[in-house]
Each structure stands twice: as C-alpha cells, then as structure tokens.
Ligand binder design. Structure first.
Ligand code: FE2
Ligand code: FE2
Length: 197
C-alpha cells in the first residue's frame, strides 16, 4: 500500500514537493518509532499530507464547488491553507483512504486542532522541520529533540508558536482552531509519552 502510494503521488506533486514529502515521511517515521504508533499510517499520512498543494487555486475551488464540500471560512480567507482541507478529500476520493487518523493528519497539518491525536501531531511536527524548510536550524533541532524525547506536545507547541508568530507578523486571519490547539498543547506540554517515563 505504502509503495503504491509513493508511486502514485508522483502524478500529483512537483519534484520539489515530492522531495519535501519524502523528507516528512522520513522524519515522521523516525519520531513514530519512539512511540507505539502504526508506522504504516504515519507513512501514508506523510505521503498524502500535501497531495493537493500543487493544485491551482481556481481548480481547487472548482473541485470544492463541484463536490459541494462545505469549506470553513478560514480556508477562503487564507487560500494557502486550502490544500489541507482539499487534500483530505482527495486522499479519500482518489486514494480510498477512510482512516480518521490519516485524514485528520492531512486536514489539520496546517492549522492544528484541539485534542489532536498522536499521528496527526507527528505529521504536523515533521512537516515543519523538513531540513529544506526556511526555519532556523536551532529551532528545528530543538523541536526534533523534544519529539524524540517523548515530549510530543511540547514539540508541537514549539511549532504552533512559530506559526502563530508568522500569522501575527503578517497580520493574517487567525483561525480559532489554532487558538484552541495552542491551549490544548499548553495544557499537555509537560507530559512525557515515552514508555520509560
Ligand atoms: Fe502543507
Ligand atoms: Fe508539507
């Protein structure tokens, strides 16, 4: 299944995006090995997280309209985020994915969501610390260190803070899901999830 998806996504993604996707898969798998999570789900979620990213905006809106998808307002206010909403739809309709953890990983990898499970959290983190992403290396290293040490919520909190800083600095619309997500991570950041803890 993973092998087939790895091949099929070549029809959807640019070379640059494929490279990012494979980096995310590698990092997410490394983190997942520390926790008792399904590595196949991690691989599939990582491979599909940006499946809609290379679809043009007009085409994305057409797919949403044609399929009568109810898209939350935040995605219209910030079209950069549409690919996460649309990606979950494409994963389901074109790749036959019906697993909630995988679909949540795709849908919420940009904004996050309160009570997010461990698989979506790992994908959210791995997406941000791709070595090719323009984020300060020391921050990426710290995030990875926390994630590998069992502090998955703290790692996600560090990512969330960086994203919030960006949204505020650009004076972009802040989604309420992100605020609830931030508070959820604050409440849990001291928890260590490694079996030895
Ligand atoms: Fe993305
Ligand atoms: Fe991504």
């Amino acid at each position: 299944m993973v092998k087939e998806i790895r091949k099929k996504i070549e029809n959807y993604l640019s070379t640059k995006r494929l490279l990012h996707t494979f980096n995310v898969e590698k990092i997410a798998t490394e983190i997942a090995r520390k926790y008792e999570v399904d590595e196949t789900k991690i691989a599939v979620a990582s491979l599909l997280h940006d499946i809609a990213k290379d679809i043009r905006l007009d085409e994305s809106l057409r797919i949403i309209k044609d399929n009568k998808l109810e898209i939350p307002d935040i995605y219209i206010k910030n079209p950069d985020l549409i690919h996460s909403f649309l990606g979950a739809f494409i994963a389901s309709s074109e790749f036959g994915i019906d697993d909630t953890e995988i679909l949540d990983s795709i849908r919420y990898h940009t904004l996050g969501k309160e009570n997010m499970g461990i698989i979506p959290l790992i994908v959210y983190i791995a997406d941000f610390i791709d070595p090719n992403k323009e984020v300060e290396k020391s921050i990426k290293n710290l995030i990875l260190k926390e994630a590998l040490s069992g502090y998955i919520y703290r790692a996600a909190l560090l990512v969330c803070v960086e994203k919030i800083k960006y949204v505020v600095s650009e004076m972009k619309y802040m989604d309420t899901d992100t605020v609830f997500f931030y508070n959820f991570l604050c409440e849990n950041e001291k928890k260590c999830l490694l079996p030895s803890s």
